[in-house]
Design a protein around this ligand. Structure first.
Ligand code: GN1
Ligand code: MG
Length: 367
């Protein structure tokens, strides 16, 4: 360990001690988030997750914490009355010694601690059909548990999040401001976005015309945010609650499917091989609908296909825009990282489009 590493370890320990009086046995970087910095803190008898919130992205982190607290309290309350016959847990906010839900360090960085769900694991890709069904069940469970918490109680902590037309505006703006070198991949992305501009308003139009209701959503239910019990391989929790806020549940369904039905995972370099797997889609939706069928309307069903197609497209657009902007939003490990990520999502979008009638029939058969 060099001096700089030792210093930053000491500093991290000081921050961790704001949230515990126990002995710190170990502290490691944790997970693969694209926005926040995450550490797993091991104490003598338990563990917790320590995170530095990216305040360039989350401009009002206090409201993020307030949303998470309201949501997790609500879910704990529901769970205590439900008497589920299977394991289900919600992450808890851990308070500082002076009862704050966050800590601001000397440099102004915003830190928070969340409980660690024991005996759990997550995956970056779906392992089999049973896993797909569990992923869908977990999202359904999550939506069901927050369905009676009024969206107005939570703050919009990330304005424009999943509003595809706003990402198109940002893209146009960056394009106008930037001189880009036009490789064949860049030209492909530009054409791909151009061809889908008119359709990209589909969910926002449905929201504006009242066909789809504003509800609470998770915002980021990709498959590695769903924890499985390490022994039984049953879903037990949905984590990463930073983007729980008012929105459309369609964003969640789309996000869960774009991440779950890509067997190569969103970080693959083999973007040309990416394909949307209809069997996994059927599995996830089957699991989701065992819970969600109770609260989905005809219009909700009608827009499911568009949601699946749109969120894959939107994430591609977000990655590509960030590539053009010089990688300022998503963490990257090499200069073309966001370009490759965009190509993966566009390939997935194309695969969804080419299987439209099959996906639509999967949806209607499951109703
Ligand atoms: C970001 O940081 P992480 O991995 O939880 C992003 C999501 C994307 C995801 C893609 C606030 O989430 O919208 O779907 O990367 N979160 C935010 O991996 O923009
Ligand atoms: Mg997230």
């Amino acid at each position: 360990m060099n001096q700089q590493q030792a210093e930053s370890k000491n500093n991290l320990e000081k921050i961790a001690f704001q949230f515990t009086k126990d002995t710190i046995k170990d502290m490691q970087s944790f997970g693969s988030g694209n926005i926040n910095d995450t550490f797993l803190v091991t104490l003598s008898r338990s563990k917790f997750v320590l995170q530095r919130i990216n305040t360039q992205v989350f401009r009002q982190p206090e409201f993020v914490m307030q949303n998470i607290y309201l949501c997790t309290q609500h879910v704990e309350n529901r769970l205590s009355k439900l008497q589920l016959d299977r394991r289900w847990e919600t992450p808890r906010v851990i308070f500082t010694h002076d009862h704050q839900n966050h800590f601001i360090d000397e440099s102004g960085a915003f830190w928070r601690a969340i409980s660690f769900i024991e005996n759990s694991r997550s995956y970056d890709t779906i392992q089999n059909l049973a896993h797909a069904e569990e992923i869908g069940y977990a999202l359904g469970m999550f939506h069901s548990l927050i369905s009676d918490l009024s969206p107005e109680k939570l703050t919009d902590t990330l304005e424009g999040f999943h509003i595809t037309p706003l990402y198109l505006q940002q893209f146009d703006q960056i394009l106008a401001e930037t001189t880009i070198s036009r490789s064949s991949e860049v030209n492909y992305c530009l054409g791909f976005i151009h061809d889908r501009q008119p359709w990209a308003y589909v969910l926002e139009n449905a929201k504006r015309s009242g066909k789809l209701a504003l509800r609470l959503m998770h915002g980021d239910p990709k498959i590695n945010n769903i924890l499985m019990d390490a022994a039984t391989e049953k879903a037990i929790s949905v984590i990463d609650l930073d983007t729980v806020k008012p929105g459309l549940i369609h964003y969640d369904i789309g996000d869960c499917l774009r991440s779950g039905c890509n067997a190569f995972g969103e970080e693959t370099q083999q973007w040309q091989s990416v394909r949307f797997e209809p069997e996994l889609c059927q599995g996830i939706l089957r699991g989701y609908l065992t819970v969600a069928n109770a609260f989905l309307t005809d219009a909700d069903y009608f827009y499911l296909f568009d949601a699946i197609r749109l969120i894959a497209f939107e994430l591609g657009l977000r990655f590509f825009t960030d590539y053009l902007a010089g990688n300022v939003y998503f963490k990257t490990t090499y200069p073309e990282h966001n370009l490759i990520r965009a190509l993966v999502q566009f390939q997935l979008t194309q695969s969804i489009e080419s299987q439209e009638s099959l996906i639509r029939s999967i949806i209607s058969d499951l109703r």
